[in-house]
Design a binder for this molecule. Structure first.
Ligand SMILES: *[C@@H]1O[C@H](CO)[C@@H](O)[C@H](O)[C@H]1NC(C)=O
Ligand SMILES: *[C@@H]1O[C@H](CO)[C@@H](O)[C@H](O)[C@H]1NC(C)=O
Ligand SMILES: *[C@@H]1O[C@H](CO)[C@@H](O)[C@H](O)[C@H]1NC(C)=O
Length: 782
């Protein structure tokens, strides 16, 4: 292949660079986030920035000019904490670490996106004057900051009809950039910013033909999540003719501020922290973050650190749990000051059945707006894995793995995995295939996601996939070719049972703090209709030139903004509630049964789900408005939590905004954080006592004179007692304490295995049930 002249030129430059740096050892620089002590700035520097630049100059190595060194500062932080991000070499990092006033130096990490009927499904009916929407005036004084891929502001979902000026406290800005003049903001989208210094420091300059150096969304994810949280009513709405109806976000009058931190190659910590820093200063009420990475201790976790400062400033932070399910220990964004949201189904799906040559009909789901396959005709059907030279890559329908001579005119069965589900369809289409069946592997189980495909296609579960593969094999043996067709049945409503925990939704136990149950709750996250940019096809594939005002996506990314929007409504109705009080209201009123009245199912197995899958349960907005009692938590309580987690004073200081030299007091145990769920983890060593207690404080936010009595549903084999069993309140705002003791017997377990048992305690005043899950885990050490 010929090398274009431009590449030759850059090759020369890099050769020159190599030869010149052979004289000096090469300095590989990476991005680091430097957290300094707020009050350590020497008086000679007028501002913190002068101090940082001077520090960078003083540590710069010989091969580098001092000015270049100070120019390597990427962000400076004031609100999230005091500090800066800069590109540093290994030697420079060590010098910075030992500079006076520096508390911590964290390496940059990259995060990834956790990729409407849902308001009705949640009971937020628009005509219901007594409902949550009315009481909170639709949340018009509240601002939701969405930290994501930016926004496509021209969408109807972001129109500002009938909205007054932005709330007086608002300090945010509409930052102009590529294809985004500052006048694009309106009374709905009141702020827009973008942060790319960290991204470009690690990845090189962005390609401005494929992404916009501005708040404009070139991906779609951020537009989608923003409109789930706070999209206006839009009618009619649909995607390629599917899911027709009214589209609306959770808080249709809440204001939006978009903070773009995610780019084509991911979302970088230094940029995410800059977004938190700006959002805190701008005055948002809620931060919605559908982004995550690997779980690390809180003092190394930029999202946990940013969220702590936000929460300390009274901002509710909801984050997606991740899409690593159905396996256990997959939940991310687990800090106790973050509300961690998993995903459930709603009562709508998009069936597309496969009719096989043997007369069997296998059910699946799909979205495809183009010409359908004939219903009365069968097409030749092949399994990609049984054709071609490389069975593995072709079974997955990876790019270039299908032979057009074999595939032309046929329906192709592709296995799920590696490349995106919609891209597999494109690969089949490019090879001349007429349709695709996308089969789950064993790991995916029975969870189905309806994607917008570029050809007639359907997704089927692991069991159905096996059946179709067997049918193809047996047909091959009997020399009568396998045949099939795909019949789309459009949009189906009132699907039962619902909700079901989505197969991909990340599960507990909490890998960082097993004593805090995560995810906290679940919300709709499967096949959600929401706004979509103009320049991105609904499948998200570059070659997909279809344009659609709305798109249907799935993920905990979609569940998170549902909770963000609800939090805004709750805060509008109860301005005095803290972020922890809002979360408590959402959690203690959540439910774990489905439309049949039985425990919600797990989509991946079809069996009942557990607290490790749904936490407190599925959100119930109407009940959350009037929870009766809340479990409140202050920043001091979170510091106590970090103390009882045995974090060092220095590490605690890294997480918390205020400098805390010593722990206020060592609490008996971590379980005493005033969390709305109670989780105990026991190691079964010999005759080790398997009992513990939880101290809790509830605040009356219901009727002034109210008496609550406790109802206990003990987990199997566990004795639970609550003292006192009756709480009599005389005023709103009054706090009362109680103690929950749990004691369990050892059970026979093989080494390294564990068992989880769950029950609940509920405080009831006859009108309201304030429910907390009680979860006991027994572990047998290896
Ligand atoms: C930017 O992306 C476009 C479209 O993918 C591509 O054609 C072009 O070569 C890229 N430019 C650079 C500088 O990488
Ligand atoms: C589902 O439940 C059945 C009956 O209790 C059990 O036999 C089966 O192993 C369960 N499946 C999974 C995947 O847990
Ligand atoms: C913290 O340390 C104490 C004393 O060593 C220990 O009893 C406790 O279990 C530790 N807590 C955690 C959360 O590791």
């Amino acid at each position: 292949m010929a090398i274009p002249p431009l590449s030759t030129f850059s090759l020369l430059i890099s050769l020159l660079f190599i030869s010149s740096s052979a004289l000096n050892p090469p300095e590989y620089r990476k991005t680091f986030i430097v957290r300094v002590q707020r009050d350590a700035k020497p008086l000679v520097y007028p501002t913190h920035n002068h101090w940082y630049e001077s520090t960078l100059r003083s540590i710069s190595t010989a091969s580098d000019s001092a000015d270049a060194a100070s120019g390597r500062m990427l962000h400076s932080y004031d609100n999230v904490f005091q500090g800066f991000a800069a590109e540093l070499s290994a030697i420079e990092v060590e010098k910075v670490r030992s500079s006076p006033g520096v508390i911590a130096v964290l390496p940059e990490q990259v995060r990834h996106l956790h990729t409407t009927r849902s308001p009705e499904f949640l009971g937020l009916k628009t005509g219901n004057s007594a409902g949550l929407l009315k009481e909170s005036d639709f949340g018009s004084d509240l601002v939701i900051g969405v930290i994501d891929t930016g926004i496509w502001p021209e969408r109807e979902s972001f129109n500002d009809r009938d909205l007054g000026p932005p709330p007086a406290k608002w300090r945010g800005k509409c930052v102009a950039g590529e294809k985004f003049p500052a006048n694009l903001c309106n009374r709905k989208l009141i702020g827009a910013r973008y942060f790319c210094s960290g991204y470009e420091a690690s990845n090189g300059k962005m390609n401005e033909t494929t992404e916009f150096r501005s708040p404009r969304d070139s991906d779609g994810h951020g537009t989608h999540t923003a409109s789930i949280a706070a999209g206006r009513y839009v009618f009619p709405a649909s995607t390629l003719g599917y899911a027709r109806g009214v589209a609306a976000g959770m808080a249709p009058k809440a204001r939006l501020a978009a903070y773009k931190v995610c780019w084509n190659a991911g979302c970088y910590d230094s940029d995410i922290l800059a977004a938190f820093d700006a959002a805190i200063a701008d005055g948002v009420d809620v931060i919605s973050l559908s982004v995550g990475g690997v779980v690390v201790p809180y003092y190394l976790d930029a999202i946990a650190i940013g969220a702590f400062s936000a929460s300390d400033a009274g901002i509710f932070v909801s984050a997606s749990a991740g899409n690593g399910g159905p396996g256990g220990l997959t939940v991310t964004n687990v800090a106790p000051w973050v509300t961690t949201v998993g995903a459930g189904t709603i009562d709508r799906d998009f069936p597309a059945v496969v009719k096989l040559g043997n007369g069997r009909e296998v059910s699946g789901v799909s979205i495809y707006g183009g010409p359908a396959l004939a219903h009365d005709k069968l097409y030749p059907l092949i399994y990609a894995g049984s054709e071609g030279s490389d069975g593995y890559s072709s079974s997955l329908c990876l790019d270039g793995s299908l032979d057009p001579n074999v595939v032309k005119g046929k329906i192709v069965l592709c296995d799920r995995g590696i490349n995106s589900r919609a891209v597999k369809g494109e690969v089949v289409k490019k090879a001349g295939g007429v349709g695709m069946i996308l089969a789950n592997g064993v790991f995916d189980g029975e969870g189905l996601v309806a994607d917008c495909h570029v050809l007639p296609a359907t997704a089927v579960g692991a069991v159905a996939g096996d059946e179709i593969r067997k049918y193809i094999q047996s047909a091959e043996k009997s020399k009568s070719p396998a045949k099939a067709t795909i019949i789309s049945r459009g949009t189906r409503l009132n699907v039962a049972p619902a909700p079901v925990v989505a197969a991909f939704s990340a599960r507990g136990p909490n890998p960082e703090t097993p004593e805090i149950l995560k995810p906290d709750l679940i919300a709709p996250g499967l096949n959600i209709l929401a706004a979509w940019p103009d320049n991105v096809g609904p499948s998200g594939i570059a070659s997909d030139k279809r344009s659609t005002e709305f798109n249907i996506l799935s993920g905990t990314s979609m569940a998170c903004p549902h909770v963000s929007g609800l939090a805004a409504l709750l805060k509008a109705a109860h301005p005095e509630w803290s972020p922890a009080a809002i979360r408590s209201a959402l959690m203690t009123t959540a439910y774990s049964h489905d439309s049949r009245g039985e425990t919600m199912l797990d989509e991946s197995t079809g069996n009942a789900s557990t607290v490790m899958d749904y936490g407190a349960g599925h959100v119930h907005p109407q009940k959350a408005m009037d929870p009766g009692l809340v479990y409140d938590i202050s920043s001091y309580d979170y510091v106590d939590f970090l103390c009882s987690s045995n974090y060092t004073a220095k590490n605690i200081q890294v997480v918390t905004r205020k400098a805390v030299a010593v722990c206020r007091r060592r609490r008996a145990h971590i379980g005493n954080l005033n969390y709305p769920t109670l989780a105990a983890v026991f190691q079964q060593y010999g005759k080790h006592r398997l009992s513990t207690h939880f101290i809790r404080t509830v605040t009356n936010v219901g009727d002034p004179d109210s008496v609550y009595t406790v109802k206990i549903q003990a987990p199997a084999g566990v004795v639970v007692t609550v003292a006192p069993e009756r709480l009599a309140f005389r005023r709103v705002g009054q706090k009362l304490n109680f103690v929950v003791r749990v004691r369990t017997e050892a059970v026979k377990l093989s080494p390294g295995s564990s068992v989880v048992r769950s029950g609940s305690i509920s405080w009831s005043d006859g009108k309201r049930d304030v429910r907390s899950a009680v979860v006991v885990t027994l572990q047998q050490p290896l």
